[in-house]
Design a binder for this molecule. Structure first.
Ligand SMILES: Nc1ncnc2c1ncn2[C@@H]1O[C@H](COP(=O)(O)OP(=O)(O)OP(=O)(O)O)[C@@H](O)[C@H]1O
Length: 290
């Protein structure tokens, strides 16, 4: 154990989950390790700045975050320039990063892992200067997330009932220009993914050979125009059918499209964009894993 001052960041509203049990378990395990406990409850605004100040003021040497992917990305942004490792307690409606890192399901084990000594040095992707830790895309999946966000139905059922309106409204396929360090090409695609990890939060293993710590990301070109088949792949725990996607590894890339396309990063709808700059930061994010 190489820490004394531990900060727990909790998103009180993520995933409709009571956070009291998480807080008690972290306090309990820290007391056993004689480490000090510090607490930060997110507010949804100015959190990055406030976390940075707290880390400096209290000389924090380990951070744990309890929230969904949005909260983890926010904390990653706050601490990326400090020499700190991060433990994650999945507590969101989507927990795609935790799924990719095989974070256990039982709370006591999650806290043990978060306070443990086994790490991955995760690549930090930056898309138009926004952090991406596992999976972003342009096209129909982002359109689906946009429609889901605007509707009142949650969970798998919420996505299911948005499939048909998304299909009707979508202007797919999109013509993307893709430039990487290895060359340039144009492709018609229903969905263009940018993957740091293997899976979507739903469990769909769309990038089976990707490694989140190898300094390379993958561009996934979903070409076949079978919209329902692609949605089924993304929304279910299935292996990818290789005939519907082409995978290009890259270290940096620029993607453009003449008409604005829906764009999401790690499950958060960002907006409609015509141009995406993708790079990998020099700094890695050290995350505690089983
Ligand atoms: N105290 C708060 N009140 C309201 N919103 C908050 C608060 N703290 C954080 N947020 C918001 O929570 C969002 C992040 O939620 P996160 O993605 O971690 O959980 P989630 O349950 O998966 O959410 P979602 O389903 O919206 O993705 C951010 O938009 C952030 O602004």
């Amino acid at each position: 154990m190489n820490f004394k001052e531990v900060l727990l960041v909790v998103n009180p509203i993520s995933g409709d989950i009571e956070k009291d049990k998480i807080i008690s378990e972290v306090q309990h395990q820290l007391a056993r390790k004689n480490a000090s406990y510090h607490y930060f409850k997110t507010k949804g605004e100015n959190d990055i700045k406030d976390i940075r100040s707290l880390v400096e003021k209290e000389k924090i040497d380990r951070v744990i975050v309890a929230g969904g992917d949005g909260t983890i990305n926010m904390v990653a942004e706050a601490i990326k320039d400090f020499d700190l490792s991060l433990g994650i307690i999945p507590a969101g409606s989507a927990n795609g990063l935790a799924l990719n890192l095989n974070i256990p399901k039982i709370l006591a084990r999650q806290v043990e892992v978060a306070l443990g000594d086994n790490y991955i040095d995760l690549d930090i992707l930056c898309l138009n200067d926004i952090i991406c830790l596992h999976m972003s895309d342009l096209g129909i999946n982002a359109e689906l997330i946009e429609n889901y966000d605007a509707s009142s139905f949650r969970g798998k059922f919420g996505y299911l009932i948005q499939s048909v309106p998304t299909l009707i409204k979508s202007e797919y396929p999109y013509r993307f220009n893709i430039r990487t360090e290895n060359g340039e090409r144009s492709e018609d695609a229903v969905l263009l993914g940018v993957a740091n990890a293997n899976k979507y939060g739903t469990g769909a293993n769309v990038n089976p050979k990707g490694e989140p710590d190898d300094g390379v990301f993958e561009i996934l070109i979903f070409k076949k125009l079978n919209f329902m088949e692609i949605l089924k792949t993304l929304r279910n725990e299935v292996e990818l059918d290789p005939s519907i996607v082409e995978i290009i590894p890259a270290r940096e890339a620029h993607i453009s499209c003449k008409k604005p396309v829906a764009f999401q990063i790690d499950g958060e709808f960002i907006g409609k964009e015509t141009s995406i700059d993708i790079k990998i930061l020099n700094k890695k994010l050290r995350i505690a894993i089983p």
